[in-house]
Each structure stands twice: as structure tokens, then as C-alpha cells.
Design a protein around this ligand. Structure first.
Ligand code: UD1
Ligand code: MG
Length: 477
């Protein structure tokens, strides 16, 4: 076969492109919040990112995002996803939003999605595509049967055949009684969209251009229309804070259930808040009110006690994080214990069997194997060797009056007494002993004792039997 023939064959067999158009320009008035609706987080992630992931997972070769209200913020959030943003200058309705997407150059199949249905999954959209192709439809809409259809568009059928989508505010009482609703997900041939979208008028209660009118127009023009009944989950739209909270709760519950299936123990699965991206190994125990966020990974046999908050941390095996601890962007190796009420700020690394106790804060610190800071210490911009003991109240004084940060380096097996202040930059050699209460400004060699504090003096009988002190005694203090 010649090269041109092969190319022609490849072109013929190549699946038609799928373009997704996601509508995200609306103000979200009912959210009563200054944040654009599609940026409201659902289980920790701006909801628009979930729609984008679903579209991409379903095989969309190109994603066009309609932005308008708060568009600079929205553009920022989606920047790294590779979607192309189109501005809808005035929010004149869902059909007008689609018009902004430069539809004249579309080919193949077009998937249109409302950007406020964060529970949609790639598989839902794949099912829609498969059904659409199998039924040889020109346009299909995903519907769902719900208990409380509220403000959602009603699916009007005649003898089972889809006739129209009627918005709640334009519906007669009889139509309002219909429980099958429009989920806001549509698939159609690009040709149909290009032909019919310009025909949509705004003669309805709201004076808006409704995308849902495509159905009536398609029918009038004898296109093949299908209504595909999907799950109630996909129908969950977010128009107010209560619906947002419900969506978040659903995702947290689903994640907890998945983790329990995989062997993670939970005292109360309804009160753990674990984002989808988090990994937890089998055998770990999670107590109530634990938040696990972002790229966090928890190894096997860890215990996360109540009120623990962990974001973007990698934690090894058999680590105990005690009550009320707050950990961000840190790494913890096997068999460490942290807390209660400890704080690990970004770029902290705890090596194996390290112990961080109550009210200890670490930042940008490598903390050596088997080293301990049991109580009330601040360790920042530091390197602490193995098997050190950091006493209660010790401080690495890293921030100088010149507004720069300086480093503290401590070798192995160093004993830092209670209330020692290490004025950085400073280096402490292996096995040195730093006396309690010292304010150290100079480096200390290995195996040395360093004490830098006022000498104690005793004046006996300083207080006379009558409780008075002499005036000359007073001068001495
Ligand atoms: C819409 C449907 C309704 C369906 C429901 C499902 C229409 C007319 N109605 O109603 O049948 O049951 O979704 O949730 O389509 N948007 C824009 N520009 C605009 C208006 C809206 O981009 O000018 C975006 C919004 O940001 C949102 C989506 O389109 O992501 C849907 O808009 P929304 O106002 O929430 O429509 P609903 O009233 O929920
Ligand atoms: Mg909506």
C-alpha cells in the first residue's frame, strides 16, 4: 500500500475528535459568596478542576472553558490544565455561553457540561458517549430521576420520547411535578450545534438564551434526540452553599469507604476528611476529625490521633501522630512520633525513630535519627544530627535584626540543655554539651561543654530576721 493510501485509511478510521465545552462564566448569585462559583472547593479542590479532569478522562481532545464572572481568578486556577479559555462578555444564559466558544471551527462530537456539577466522573461521560454512538443520536442529554427536582429543568416526554426541557421557572404546575430532570450534560454532533445554536431565542421568564432550547429546535429540525438516564450523583448541581457542602461530604465519605475497603482502620468514618489524592496504607488507624490533604502519603501501621491536620506530607511506617498536631510539606521516616500539639512547617524532615513532643515547632529542619525534642522548643533552619537531645524551651534563633535567616548545625549525640538559645549562624560539634539557660553566640567544638549564662552568687542572711535588707545589700542586685 502506498504511503498516501495508508494515510487516507488512518484518517478514515480515526475517531472523530471530541471537544468539551465547559460553562463556567456564571456569577453563582445563589452562592452568596465573593468567590466565583466554580472556584469553590469541593473536598479541597476547586470544583472546576473536577469537571476538567472528568472531560479529559473521557477522552476530550480539546477543552474549551467559558469564563466571565471573576475570570482572572478562574484563568489562574485552570492555567496549568491546558484548557483554552473563552470569554463570555455578558452572562446572557447557557446558550449564549456556548456561543462564545468559537464554535464555527468545531468538528466531530461536542460534549457540553455545566461547570457546577462536581460529582461527575470520567466514566459517566464515557457512558454518555457510548450510548450516544450506539443510539446513533444527533444530540443526547443526560437526565436523572430525583426526589426533589427544585429549580432544575424538567424533562418532558411524550409516550416516553423526549420532547423538551422546560426550566422550572417557566413550567406549568403539571410540568413542575415531573421528577426527571436535566443534569446539564449534553453530547451532540458539531454540525447540529453550528446549525441550531444561532436559532435560540430568549423569549422566556428570565430573558436568557437557554441551551436547553436546543432539544426543541433539534426536534423541529428532525434530528435524532435521546435522553439518557444517568445516576443521581451526576445530577447534583451546586448552586448554593448547602449543595456545596453536600458534595464535599459525599466525596469525603466515598474516600473513607474506599480506604476502609483497602484495610485502613477508622474509629468514625463519618468524621474523617481525606482528599481524593491522599494515599494511606493498610493497617493504619485514623481517629475522628483528622484532615489529610493534597499529596499526603501515609505508610502502614501509623496512628493518626484526633484533630490531626496533615497537608502534602510523606510519612513512613509505624509513625504516631498524636492529638492536635499540624503538619505541612514535611517528610517523616519510619517509627517516629510527633505531638501531641506539635507543628511541622514546610521542609521538615524527621529521620527514623525521631521524637517530637508537645508544643514543639520545626521549620526547614533535618532532624536526625533517634533525636528528641520532647517539649516546648523552636527549631528552624537547622540540621540536627542523630541521637541528640533537645531540652525543653530550646530555641534556634534563626531570624536576625538584619531580617535574614541563619542556620544552626548540630552534630550527633549533642545534649542541648533546657532553655538554650542558639544564636545562628552557629555550629555545634558532635557530643557537645550545652548548659541549660545558655545564650550561645559562638560555635562549640566536638565533646566540649559550653555554658553562657550569668554566674549564680549566694549571699547568706541577705534577708534579716525582721524582713529588712540593708541599703548596701540592695546595691549588689
Ligand atoms: C441549568 C439548566 C437546567 C439544568 C441545570 C442543571 C439551562 C437554561 N438550565 O440550570 O435545565 O437542570 O442547569 O444543573 O441551561 N453559565 C455561563 N454563562 C451564563 C449562564 C450560566 O457560563 O450566562 C454557566 C454557569 O457558570 C454554570 C452553568 O452555566 O456553570 C449552569 O448555569 P446555572 O445558572 O447554574 O444554570 P441552572 O439554573 O442550574
Ligand atoms: Mg446550576
Amino acid at each position: 500500500m502506498s504511503e498516501t493510501l495508508i494515510q487516507e485509511k488512518v484518517l478514515k478510521t480515526k475517531a472523530a475528535p471530541i471537544t468539551a465545552i465547559i460553562l463556567a462564566a456564571g456569577k453563582g448569585t445563589r452562592m452568596m459568596s465573593p468567590l466565583p462559583k466554580v472556584l469553590h472547593p469541593v473536598a479541597g479542590q476547586p470544583m472546576i478542576l473536577r469537571s476538567i479532569q472528568a472531560a479529559r478522562g473521557a477522552g476530550a481532545s480539546e477543552i474549551r472553558l467559558i469564563v466571565g464572572h471573576g475570570q482572572n481568578l478562574v484563568r489562574n486556577v485552570v492555567e496549568s490544565t491546558g484548557v483554552i479559555c473563552f470569554e463570555q462578555k455578558e452572562q446572557l444564559g447557557t446558550a449564549n455561553a456556548v456561543k462564545s466558544a468559537d464554535i464555527e471551527n468545531l468538528e466531530g462530537e461536542v460534549l457540553i457540561m455545566n461547570g457546577d456539577h462536581p460529582l461527575v466522573e470520567a466514566q459517566d461521560l464515557k457512558n454518555l458517549l457510548d450510548n450516544f454512538r450506539e443510539l446513533k443520536a444527533d444530540i443526547a442529554v443526560v437526565t436523572a430521576i430525583v426526589k426533589k427536582p427544585g429549580d432544575l429543568g424538567r424533562i418532558v416526554r411524550q409516550k416516553g420520547v423526549l420532547k423538551a426541557i422546560v426550566e422550572a421557572r417557566d413550567a406549568s404546575p403539571a410540568t413542575l411535578g415531573i421528577r426527571e430532570i436535566n443534569t446539564g450534560f449534553y453530547i451532540m454532533k458539531a454540525e447540529l450545534l453550528k446549525n441550531l445554536l444561532p436559532e435560540i431565542k430568549n423569549n422566556n421568564t428570565k430573558g436568557e438564551y437557554y441551551l436547553t432550547d436546543l432539544i426543541t429546535l433539534a426536534q423541529e429540525n428532525e434530528y435524532r434526540i435521546e435522553a439518557i438516564c444517568g445516576s443521581r450523583r451526576i445530577a447534583h448541581g451546586v448552586n448554593n452553599q448547602a449543595e456545596l457542602s453536600k458534595a464535599t461530604k459525599y466525596l469525603f465519605k466515598k474516600k473513607a469507604e474506599k480506604l476502609m475497603e483497602d484495610g485502613v482502620l477508622m474509629i468514625d468514618a463519618d468524621s474523617v476528611y481525606i482528599e481524593e489524592s491522599v494515599k494511606v496504607a493498610a493497617g493504619s488507624v485514623i481517629y475522628p476529625n483528622v484532615f489529610l490533604r493534597g499529596r499526603t502519603e501515609i505508610g502502614a501501621f501509623c496512628v493518626l490521633e484526633p484533630q490531626v491536620y496533615i497537608s502534602d506530607c510523606v510519612i513512613g511506617q509505624s509513625v504516631q501522630i498524636k492529638q492536635g498536631s499540624y503538619l505541612e510539606k514535611s517528610e517523616i521516616h519510619h517509627n517516629c512520633s510527633v505531638g501531641p500539639y506539635a507543628r511541622l512547617r514546610p521542609e521538615t524532615l524527621l529521620k527514623e525513630e525521631a521524637h517530637i513532643g508537645n508544643f514543639v515547632e520545626l521549620k526547614k529542619t533535618v532532624f536526625g535519627k533517634k533525636s528528641k525534642a520532647g517539649h516546648l522548643a523552636y527549631i528552624g533552619d537547622a540540621e540536627i544530627g542523630d541521637e541528640c537531645n533537645i531540652g525543653c524551651g530550646a530555641i534556634t534563633v534563626n531570624y536576625s535584626a538584619d531580617k535574614k535567616k541563619y542556620k544552626t548545625k548540630i552534630g550527633n549525640k549533642v545534649f542541648v540543655g533546657s532553655d538554650v538559645q542558639l544564636i545562628a549562624p552557629i555550629e555545634i560539634g558532635d557530643e557537645a554539651i550545652l548548659g541549660a539557660g545558655s545564650v550561645l553566640t559562638k560555635s562549640v567544638p566536638a565533646r566540649a561543654l559550653a555554658v553562657a549564662r550569668g554566674k549564680q552568687f549566694i549571699k547568706e542572711n541577705y534577708v534579716a530576721a525582721d524582713g529588712q535588707t540593708s541599703s548596701s545589700d540592695k546595691k549588689e542586685i
